[in-house]
Design a protein around this ligand. Structure first.
Ligand SMILES: NC(=O)c1ccc[n+]([C@@H]2O[C@H](COP(=O)([O-])OP(=O)(O)OC[C@H]3O[C@@H](n4cnc5c(N)ncnc54)[C@H](OP(=O)(O)O)[C@@H]3O)[C@@H](O)[C@H]2O)c1
Length: 292
């Protein structure tokens, strides 16, 4: 059997890094797609040592930039003709961000990184996924969406151009859109060898020191939350399961929780009209000229 190949975005930290170790330990060739060469190289050395594997490699990508995503896909396809698992793990959730930040391509950063980026990367890597005996795409959602039952994707102003920026809403909007995308893509890929499922991540220990401006009270709250949170390695086991379990080879368009149970999705994501309009909006971003 050929060695299986997996690409994980945001693989230099947290759940992504833990997942790389576990895939490498299972004998997969694993590509760590990271935005910082320095952080990526450091994680690569750590992962190789932990997994006792040389079948791990670093490729650079800034998931907020379409040009960078196209470069990553080209670099991957120049080297490999098959991809067995694509895991859209990278995301930003910096709740200290007070104002909208627009990328050099002019797209709001949460929307660009957490939603548009994964859609484009999938599109570019589909030819390689089709070469897999059974390709699997995993998107990553958030259990925190349960606390926002009435949240919608703002079809008119998803990028906070004409309303006050709110980092929490920007984050959850992008995760809601990922759920919609999962369901839509699963439908598009019906009858192919590729499945698409979403992993709903609950509270998982994370390094908040990267948020320099986090108020002391928030740091304390995170410290308390951390005691009850899963470790990145525990969560990564769910990624590994969803990418490898035989019983999932025909399961697509579902959302799984940390206990590997199918969970429901927000009402907004269940409505066919919303799926259509959100995906029309999103696909419009991909049709923009590469330099715009
Ligand atoms: N931790 C939780 O409690 C929790 C809860 C619900 C959902 N989730 C979801 O679980 C996933 C992993 O979370 P985590 O806790 O492991 O997060 P994390 O430790 O903050 O790691 C996030 C990863 O994404 C990368 N990333 C961010 N922006 C990027 C960009 N523009 N291009 C490429 N990579 C980028 C980061 O790279 P840098 O190191 O360069 O920043 C890092 O490697 C995310 O999708 C998150 O939304 C987490």
């Amino acid at each position: 059997m050929p060695q299986k190949i997996c690409l994980i975005t945001g693989a230099n930290a947290g759940i992504g890094k833990a997942a790389v170790i576990q895939f490498a330990q299972q004998g997969w060739r694993t590509i760590m797609a990271c935005r910082s060469r320095q952080r990526g190289e450091a994680a690569l050395q750590e992962v190789k040592a932990s997994a006792n594997s040389d079948a791990v490699e670093l490729m650079l990508v800034d998931m907020s930039l379409q040009a960078s995503i196209r470069d990553l896909a080209d670099a991957f396809l120049a080297r490999y003709d098959r991809l067995d698992a694509l895991i859209h793990n990278a995301a930003i959730f910096d709740i200290t961000q007070k104002e909208a930040i627009y990328t050099e391509e002019g797209v709001e950063r949460f929307w660009a990184t957490n939603h548009i980026g994964p859609v484009l990367l999938t599109e570019r890597l589909l030819p390689a996924l089709k070469q897999s005996a059974q390709g699997r795409i995993l998107t990553v959602g958030s259990k925190g969406l349960l606390a926002k039952p009435f949240l919608k994707v703002d079809l008119v102003d998803p990028e906070f151009r004409n309303k006050k920026f709110n980092a929490t809403n920007a984050y959850y909007q992008s995760k809601l859109a990922q759920i919609i995308y999962t369901r839509w893509l699963a439908e598009q890929l019906q009858g192919t060898n590729i499945t698409v499922n979403c992993i709903r991540v609950p509270a998982v220990q994370t390094d908040v020191s990267k948020y320099g401006d986090l108020p002391a009270i928030m740091k304390k709250l995170y410290a308390v939350k951390s005691r009850f949170a899963l470790t990145p390695a525990q969560m990564a086991e769910v990624y590994l399961w969803a990418a490898t379990a035989d019983e999932l080879s025909h399961v697509t368009g579902q959302c799984f929780d940390e206990k590997r149970k199918v969970v429901g999705v927000p009402k907004f994501a269940r409505q066919a009209e919303n799926v259509k309009t959100v995906m029309n909006l999103v696909l419009g971003y991909l049709k923009r000229a590469p330099s715009s």
